[in-house]
Write a protein that binds this ligand. Structure first.
Ligand code: NAD
Length: 261
């Protein structure tokens, strides 16, 4: 169970945080892992570490919003390893602001990374999967914000809701050749993305950083605890290794009970 021996896995945003942990767990499970990230240096360092630990890894420098870079990046993975079996569309950013203060540029930037990036990487991986007809898994990194809204996060909430629609469409279109598509919806995880938000939210809401953690981020969890990168990576492993179309078009919420569906 939960082995990925010989499976070629592309993880975007894998140079940091949740994506990095997924890459490590996939490599430990026998997967060949392409660390696709905007940050070339960090991607190469992560791939080196995985190889040093006995895994199979390559770095792919890629801005997921750039069509040519995504086309070339996925082509480089197929050239190196012959195929793509698993895509984790995980690259993401956060920008917090009131709607009335949001610039159109920030709105577009966030939607481009989360939605254009998910679309472009999906399209390129599905083109390979459709040709080979050997199945596959597409996993989107959603959020509790795929189901709920919070103040100050209009484009993020919009993008994360949008990923549910993309996953459900892929689940229908690609079932014919055995590809499953699902969304993981984590609660707050302590990564650079969240660490940056805590002081920003404190300033915007006029409360202390401790209050942001206790009264905003973890208020509705069952135990006041952060979700961890391991929690999310283990779910990502199960979804990647799952063998039938029984589990497709779903969202799995991993949030200490913050959101219960
Ligand atoms: P992180 O900041 O630690 O890592 C994000 C990675 O994405 C970085 O390595 C960054 O270089 C990369 N990236 C950013 N823009 C990119 C682009 N245009 N092209 C390619 N790579 C790009 O963040 P994280 O917390 O690990 O977040 C990963 C995903 O998980 C995001 O989609 C985020 O929305 C989602 N998520 C995070 C949390 C959380 O609490 N941390 C909760 C729910 C969902």
């Amino acid at each position: 169970m939960n082995r990925l021996d010989g499976k070629v896995c592309v993880v975007t945003g894998a140079a940091s945080g949740i994506g990095l942990r997924i890459a490590e767990v996939y490599a430990q499970a026998g997967g060949k892992v392409a660390i696709a990230d905007l940050n070339r240096e960090a991607a190469e360092a992560a791939a080196d570490r995985l190889r040093d630990a006995g895994g199979d890894a390559m770095a792919v420098a890629m801005d997921v919003t750039d069509e040519a870079q995504v086309v070339d990046g996925i082509a480089a993975v197929v050239a190196a390893w012959g195929k793509v079996d698993v895509l984790v569309a995980n690259a993401g950013i956060q920008i917090v602001n009131k709607i009335t203060d949001f610039s159109l540029a920030d709105w577009k930037k966030l939607l481009a990374i989360h939605l254009d990036g998910a679309f472009l990487t999906t399209r390129e991986c599905l083109r390979d999967m459709e040709t080979r007809r050997e199945g596959g898994a597409i996993i989107y990194m959603g959020s509790v914000h795929s189901h709920l809204a919070s103040k100050l996060k209009a484009p993020y909430v919009t993008a994360k809701h949008g990923l549910l629609g993309l996953a459900r469409t892929v689940a229908k279109e690609a079932a014919d050749y055995g590809v499953r598509a699902n969304v993981i919806c984590p609660g707050f995880v302590r990564t650079p993305l969240v660490d940056k938000q805590i002081p920003e939210q404190a300033k915007e809401l006029g409360i202390s950083e401790d209050e942001v953690v206790a009264n905003v981020m973890l208020k509705d969890t069952v135990d006041g605890e952060f979700t961890t990168v391991d929690d999310v990576a283990n779910v990502a492993l199960t979804l990647a290794a799952f063998e039938t179309n029984a589990l497709t078009g779903q969202s799995l919420v991993v949030s200490h009970g913050w959101f219960m569906q």
